[in-house]
Ligand binder design. Sequence first.
Ligand SMILES: *[C@@H]1O[C@H](CO)[C@@H](O)[C@H](O)[C@H]1NC(C)=O
Ligand SMILES: *[C@@H]1O[C@H](CO)[C@@H](O)[C@H](O)[C@H]1NC(C)=O
Length: 412
Amino acid sequence: MSGPKILAIIIWILRGAESNTWEIKMPPNIYAISGFCVQIPCQFEIHDSFKKYLNNSVEAIWRKTTTEGANVLSSHLFLKGNVIGNILNKNCTTVFHNFPAGFSDMYFFRLQGHEPLMYTFKQGVNITVHKDVPPPVLSPHVQVLEVLEGTKLTLTCSTVIACPSIQPLMQWNPQLGEQLTPALQEDEFGQTMMVSSQMFNATPLNDHLKVSCTLLYSQGAKRPVETIVLLRVLYAPKNTIAHVSPSGPVSEGSVVILSCHSDANPAVRRYEWYSDSGSGELVLQNQGQTLTIIARSNVQLLYVCKVYNNHGTDQSRPVAVGINSSQCSVALYIICGLLTLFLILITAVDLVKYKSLLKRLQEFEGMRGSMMYATLRRTSDSVYNVIQARDRRTEDDYENRNLSKHQLKTEP
Ligand SMILES: *[C@@H]1O[C@H](CO)[C@@H](O)[C@H](O)[C@H]1NC(C)=O
Ligand SMILES: *[C@@H]1O[C@H](CO)[C@@H](O)[C@H](O)[C@H]1NC(C)=O
């Protein structure tokens, strides 16, 4: 039981003890769903001098403004239901069964006892009947919830259940973290409430995320209803990068454009460009997302982009603007010259090698005649041997082999 509730009860008891007034405590408004029951939590207080007349023969009556004087509960023409509270305990809690459409009205409670205990309480309950179930209430009760990255968030979904015998299923989508199973509570007027919470830390990934709480009723063919909150997660700039265009070394006097990109929510409010003079000290050059510079050999070569939004700051890694200086070209020429020299040397060596190879080939050509004969003699002998080993096969085979042996022998 919550603090305010205990306090209310204490005040109620204190008042009751010294009561000299007629009072009734019930919800001022009840959202009824047609076809579902309606339970009215109700507690009353009567004037001290009437307490002796409060006994079992006192009738509990409900009236509505448009049927002056008639008891809507006891008549078959009106609503079906019964007072479930104990009148002797001044508990007038009442249930109306299958509340019909078109019965939206102000309802008043009346004690109908023996003379002089006949009293209609002045405060009534406004019951409005709806075809559809009410959407749940999300807390914080906003359409767009803006939070800082890392904030520990608790989203609470709740709905008043006017008919406690029909309870919906309460679901979160998506489920973002630790979740408390839906629990039943009582609101300040004693009405049943279903409450579910989920707790999570807001991350940049949750930005633009729609979180919904849905009520699903298995009875009464009611459509599921949902309430949505849109998350906006704010964060300081991150992943800040400075781009150089053109990216390679440039010749002196050419235009170089530096541009800065950063992930921030809300977007970056201010860009600052710093140059590093080489001493590690950053010197502010300019503001704006891009920085245009003319490449000069005496220009500082390292640039840093600093970004700001309402939630913090970030800076890029230093980027170098490379200048194709004359010193650099000389080095390049030297390397090129060395390479060319090397190439010429290799070619010369190859030429000498080629000439000696040619000479050897010519010498070889002279020896060729005699060598060829010797080779073939050896070859034909071995073929003959093979045929000798296989000659018991077919005549054809023998003929062919013989022929080839003959040819080989005569060829030189
Ligand atoms: C209730 O009180 C009234 C008036 O005092 C009395 O006439 C009646 O008989 C009582 N009824 C019961 C059931 O005690
Ligand atoms: C009144 O009666 C209802 C139904 O029996 C019960 O749920 C509720 O707790 C009672 N109220 C009080 C204040 O005793």
